[in-house]
Ligand binder design. Structure first.
Ligand SMILES: Nc1ncnc2c1ncn2[C@@H]1O[C@H](COP(=O)(O)OP(=O)(O)O)[C@@H](O)[C@H]1O
Ligand SMILES: [Mg+2]
Length: 251
């Protein structure tokens, strides 16, 4: 398989707490890869290193075979990695199209004055959402008027607007009901259909089994195993996270 992202021997300490102690991760291009593990296993810390939010104390991160060193999330974005944090980072009172173009607004200079291209942004926003088969049509609607699943769609559309090839989603269904969760699973499948690589952190084993191709299980700051989820049940995965993974050496 064609590896797009790898982390080798990542260490990260927060004061006296060692969050990662030699964690490894290997992600193939175009797959949905779940990061699993109990609370405190180091999932968020590992993601923060890849997202440029934190820097590792030791270890290597490679994107498409090239070692990278991210000083901030903009560096990660420039390498094609966008992170959708649990809070989504949207501006609730602003319109859908404004959120999708937040920080990358389209504008022209007229007589020295910067004029926003509102129509072009609304059209662009509609096009990106249509690619995700999202039903939203009124791009002027404020994000606060949207359902949880629709908000995820806006956050994903923004990542696509940045041309991200690797999209990290931290607990995207944690606050959602059954119907909204289904919508997010559908969106993740759309991303894969479009050739994107998705890193999914989720506590919900049913979601992971529904959408992920492979999983890496973290325990105590180490990756204890990476496995294909073909034919693996949610119960079996949960059991591996809780106990079985204890004696499996790093894959
Ligand atoms: N900013 C921080 N300061 C101190 N300890 C932290 C910090 N972030 C994480 N930790 C600790 O590092 C360990 C791993 O945390 P985390 O990566 O958030 O795990 P997970 O996301 O799997 O629950 C935990 O023991 C946690 O308490
Ligand atoms: Mg976490």
């Amino acid at each position: 398989m064609n590896q797009i992202l790898s982390v080798t021997g990542a260490f990260k300490k927060y004061g006296a707490v060692t969050a990662l102690r030699g964690a490894n991760l290997s992600v193939n291009a175009g797959e949905v890869h779940a990061i699993c593990g109990d609370n405190g296993a180091g999932k968020s810390t590992l993601i923060k290193l890849i997202a440029g939010v934190e820097t590792p104390d030791a270890g290597t991160i490679e994107v498409r075979g090239t070692p990278v060193s991210f000083g901030d999330p903009q560096d990660a974005l420039a390498a094609g990695i966008a992170t959708i944090h649990q809070d989504l980072g949207l501006a609730p009172a602003m319109a859908i199209y404004q959120n999708i173009y937040l920080g990358s607004e389209l504008s022209v200079r007229l007589a020295g004055i910067r004029v926003l291209q509102k129509r072009a942004m609304m059209r662009g926003a509609r096009e990106i959402l249509a690619k995700m088969n999202s039903v939203m049509t009124d791009m002027t609607k404020p994000v606060e008027a949207l359902s949880g699943g629709q908000r995820q769609a806006v956050a994903i559309a923004r990542a696509l607007r940045w041309n991200a090839e690797i999209i990290i989603m931290d607990e995207p269904t944690a606050a959602l009901g059954v119907r909204e969760t289904k919508e997010v699973v559908r969106l993740i499948n759309e991303l894969r259909n479009r050739g994107a690589t998705v890193l999914l952190i989720s506590h919900n084993m049913a979601d992971v089994i529904a959408v992920a191709d492979r999983a890496t299980i973290l325990k105590g700051g180490r990756a204890v195993t990476s496995l294909s989820l073909d034919g693996v049940s949610a119960d079996a995965l949960a059991k591996m996270i809780m106990d079985g993974a204890d004696d499996i050496e790093e894959a």
